[in-house]
Write a protein that binds this ligand. Sequence first.
Ligand SMILES: [Zn+2]
Length: 135
Amino acid sequence: MISPIARSDDPGPVTAVRITVLLADRDASRCAACGQSADAAEVAPVPRQCSRLGQVERSSAAGWLLLCGTATTGCRGRVADEPGWARQNGLTVAADRDPAEVPVWHAVHGLVWLDADGGVYPVPDSAGPGRRDAR
Ligand SMILES: [Zn+2]
Protein backbone atom coordinates (compact mmCIF):
# COMPACT_ATOMS: atom_id res chain seq x y z
CA MET A 1 0.00 0.00 0.00
CA ILE A 2 1.12 3.54 -0.70
CA SER A 3 1.83 5.75 2.28
CA PRO A 4 0.42 9.29 2.49
CA ILE A 5 2.44 12.26 1.33
CA ALA A 6 4.71 13.62 4.07
CA ARG A 7 3.24 16.50 6.02
CA SER A 8 6.16 18.75 5.03
CA ASP A 9 5.31 18.16 1.34
CA ASP A 10 1.56 18.51 1.81
CA PRO A 11 0.00 19.88 -1.39
CA GLY A 12 -3.47 20.17 0.14
CA PRO A 13 -6.02 17.38 0.57
CA VAL A 14 -7.56 17.42 -2.92
CA THR A 15 -4.20 17.51 -4.69
CA ALA A 16 -2.76 14.85 -2.40
CA VAL A 17 -5.50 12.39 -3.33
CA ARG A 18 -5.19 13.19 -7.05
CA ILE A 19 -1.40 12.83 -7.05
CA THR A 20 -1.53 9.56 -5.13
CA VAL A 21 -4.07 8.09 -7.55
CA LEU A 22 -2.20 9.33 -10.65
CA LEU A 23 1.13 7.98 -9.41
CA ALA A 24 -0.27 4.60 -8.35
CA ASP A 25 -1.61 4.20 -11.89
CA ARG A 26 1.39 5.70 -13.76
CA ASP A 27 4.05 3.86 -11.82
CA ALA A 28 2.17 0.62 -11.10
CA SER A 29 2.55 1.37 -7.36
CA ARG A 30 6.31 0.80 -7.62
CA CYS A 31 9.31 2.80 -6.44
CA ALA A 32 10.59 4.94 -9.33
CA ALA A 33 14.22 4.36 -8.37
CA CYS A 34 14.43 0.61 -7.66
CA GLY A 35 11.09 -0.78 -8.87
CA GLN A 36 10.12 -2.29 -5.53
CA SER A 37 6.38 -2.80 -5.20
CA ALA A 38 4.29 -0.96 -2.65
CA ASP A 39 3.03 -4.43 -1.67
CA ALA A 40 6.49 -5.26 -0.32
CA ALA A 41 7.86 -1.94 0.89
CA GLU A 42 6.83 1.42 2.21
CA VAL A 43 6.36 3.56 -0.90
CA ALA A 44 5.12 7.16 -0.86
CA PRO A 45 4.76 10.06 -3.29
CA VAL A 46 7.80 12.36 -3.02
CA PRO A 47 8.21 15.71 -4.82
CA ARG A 48 11.13 15.98 -7.29
CA GLN A 49 11.73 19.56 -6.23
CA CYS A 50 12.40 20.29 -2.58
CA SER A 51 11.78 24.01 -2.80
CA ARG A 52 8.56 25.37 -1.41
CA LEU A 53 6.28 25.53 -4.39
CA GLY A 54 2.76 26.85 -4.69
CA GLN A 55 -0.30 24.63 -4.92
CA VAL A 56 -0.38 24.94 -8.71
CA GLU A 57 3.10 23.48 -9.16
CA ARG A 58 2.40 20.76 -6.60
CA SER A 59 -0.63 19.65 -8.59
CA SER A 60 1.50 18.47 -11.55
CA ALA A 61 2.18 14.72 -11.59
CA ALA A 62 5.45 15.49 -13.42
CA GLY A 63 6.77 16.86 -10.16
CA TRP A 64 6.21 13.67 -8.16
CA LEU A 65 7.66 10.17 -8.00
CA LEU A 66 6.86 7.17 -5.86
CA LEU A 67 9.92 6.30 -3.78
CA CYS A 68 10.44 3.54 -1.22
CA GLY A 69 11.72 4.08 2.30
CA THR A 70 11.70 7.05 4.61
CA ALA A 71 13.65 10.30 4.87
CA THR A 72 16.64 8.21 6.01
CA THR A 73 16.12 4.75 4.47
CA GLY A 74 15.47 3.15 1.09
CA CYS A 75 15.53 5.11 -2.14
CA ARG A 76 14.06 8.19 -0.48
CA GLY A 77 16.96 8.18 1.96
CA ARG A 78 19.44 7.66 -0.90
CA VAL A 79 18.03 10.67 -2.75
CA ALA A 80 18.67 12.74 0.37
CA ASP A 81 22.15 11.26 0.91
CA GLU A 82 23.30 11.36 -2.72
CA PRO A 83 21.91 14.52 -4.32
CA GLY A 84 24.32 14.26 -7.27
CA TRP A 85 23.11 10.76 -8.16
CA ALA A 86 19.48 11.81 -7.73
CA ARG A 87 19.92 14.87 -9.96
CA GLN A 88 21.78 12.93 -12.70
CA ASN A 89 18.97 10.40 -12.87
CA GLY A 90 16.24 13.03 -12.85
CA LEU A 91 14.84 11.88 -9.51
CA THR A 92 15.23 15.46 -8.37
CA VAL A 93 14.91 18.63 -10.43
CA ALA A 94 16.63 22.00 -9.93
CA ALA A 95 14.32 24.65 -8.50
CA ASP A 96 14.51 26.73 -11.68
CA ARG A 97 13.66 23.85 -14.07
CA ASP A 98 10.25 22.57 -15.11
CA PRO A 99 9.91 18.90 -13.99
CA ALA A 100 7.95 18.16 -17.17
CA GLU A 101 11.07 19.05 -19.21
CA VAL A 102 13.58 17.04 -17.18
CA PRO A 103 13.71 13.32 -18.09
CA VAL A 104 13.88 10.75 -15.30
CA TRP A 105 15.47 7.29 -15.30
CA HIS A 106 12.40 5.45 -14.07
CA ALA A 107 12.58 1.86 -12.79
CA VAL A 108 9.21 1.05 -14.36
CA HIS A 109 9.37 3.04 -17.61
CA GLY A 110 13.06 3.60 -18.48
CA LEU A 111 14.22 7.09 -19.48
CA VAL A 112 11.05 9.15 -19.82
CA TRP A 113 9.52 12.56 -19.63
CA LEU A 114 6.51 12.86 -17.33
CA ASP A 115 3.53 15.15 -17.78
CA ALA A 116 1.16 16.90 -15.41
CA ASP A 117 -1.63 14.35 -15.86
CA GLY A 118 0.27 11.09 -15.40
CA GLY A 119 1.48 10.68 -18.98
CA VAL A 120 4.83 8.98 -19.73
CA TYR A 121 6.89 9.70 -22.87
CA PRO A 122 10.01 7.66 -23.71
CA VAL A 123 13.12 9.72 -24.46
CA PRO A 124 14.92 8.65 -27.67
CA ASP A 125 18.33 7.06 -26.91
CA SER A 126 20.22 9.93 -28.46
CA ALA A 127 18.40 12.67 -26.56
CA GLY A 128 18.91 11.72 -22.94
CA PRO A 129 21.82 11.40 -20.56
CA GLY A 130 23.32 7.96 -19.89
CA ARG A 131 22.14 6.23 -16.79
CA ARG A 132 24.37 6.77 -13.77
CA ASP A 133 23.94 3.91 -11.38
CA ALA A 134 27.34 3.68 -9.71
CA ARG A 135 27.42 4.55 -6.06
ZN1 LIG B 1 13.25 2.11 -4.06
